[in-house]
Design a protein around this ligand. Sequence first.
Ligand SMILES: Cc1cc2nc3c(=O)[nH]c(=O)nc-3n(C[C@H](O)[C@H](O)[C@H](O)COP(=O)(O)OP(=O)(O)OC[C@H]3O[C@@H](n4cnc5c(N)ncnc54)[C@H](O)[C@@H]3O)c2cc1C
Length: 288
Amino acid sequence: MRLDQVFASGKPTISFEFFPPKTEEGFSSLYQTIEELKPLNPSYVSVTYGAGGSTRTRTVELAGRIQNQIGINTVAHLTCVGHTADEIGQILDQLWDQGIRNILALRGDPQGGVWTKTDGGFDHADELVRYVRSRHDFFIAVAGFPEGHPQCLNRIRDLEHLKGKIDAGAGAIVTQLFFDNNDFHRFRDDCQRMGITVPIVAGIMPITNVAQIKRFVTMCGAKIPMPLLRKLEKLESDPQAVYEAGVDYATNQCQDLLFHDVSGLHFYTLNKSKATTQIVQRLKRRTV
Ligand SMILES: Cc1cc2nc3c(=O)[nH]c(=O)nc-3n(C[C@H](O)[C@H](O)[C@H](O)COP(=O)(O)OP(=O)(O)OC[C@H]3O[C@@H](n4cnc5c(N)ncnc54)[C@H](O)[C@@H]3O)c2cc1C
């Protein structure tokens, strides 16, 4: 089902993001995770597209399997990294043939970090959005950055580029993870001022490990608010206490977002079910 039909209900969506594992054991464990999360009735799940290597072909395979065999509406991520337009066209055809109707269109980050356009490919996500539209009748979502994209020269310019992606045909925004809801609220207000009216889905990453989250935030440019950082560092030697603090923090963050009429919550699950399940169950208990 195209996500415009899902968003049309006006109810906040709940979605889970997975990445294609590198090994067969990784896949068995991921299918177990998906079975554990399925009873939470996600509005959709999404499958990431790797920066290179064998996991890229697995995005099509995994998205098709979740959509057709496990029976959950699936969004396939797709990036411009290392691909010509023709190659992207072939991947889009495969996804369409698998019954996938939703694409998260991204520029991607090359391994090594410095962006270089592939000859015959695309320079920015807006070009990919136009191309996806021209190929099949997919619903297209794009990435948004409440704290600004790490490479942007200026926040307003970044928002202008985001508006360019919407004008190119994207119908929703899924944000980068963030920990300070004020960043999200300000971003959503700024989007509105820019004339961006599509649903904006908040990216949530439950913190379950201090070293891991520090690694993530340095890669994606999100910031950890000082009180949360201090608390995590104090608990660092006690993994269970970190886990509980992370689940509590994310639950409260989501509750505040729901209170402020967020269009959806998108959980970066890292292919694990426990923290996301606890958060969603707590939210359901608090809202009934
Ligand atoms: C929800 C989400 C899911 C993601 N999933 C994946 C994934 O599956 N695989 C993966 O490899 N990465 C993924 N990423 C990471 C993403 O690919 C990177 O953050 C990447 O650096 C930016 O992608 P983008 O689509 O926002 O790029 P763009 O929208 O192209 O923006 C990239 C930079 O270029 C600027 N820009 C945009 N358009 C123009 C223009 N027309 N002219 C000049 N400058 C412009 C922007 O301001 C920004 O600084 C994801 C990110 C998010 C938030």
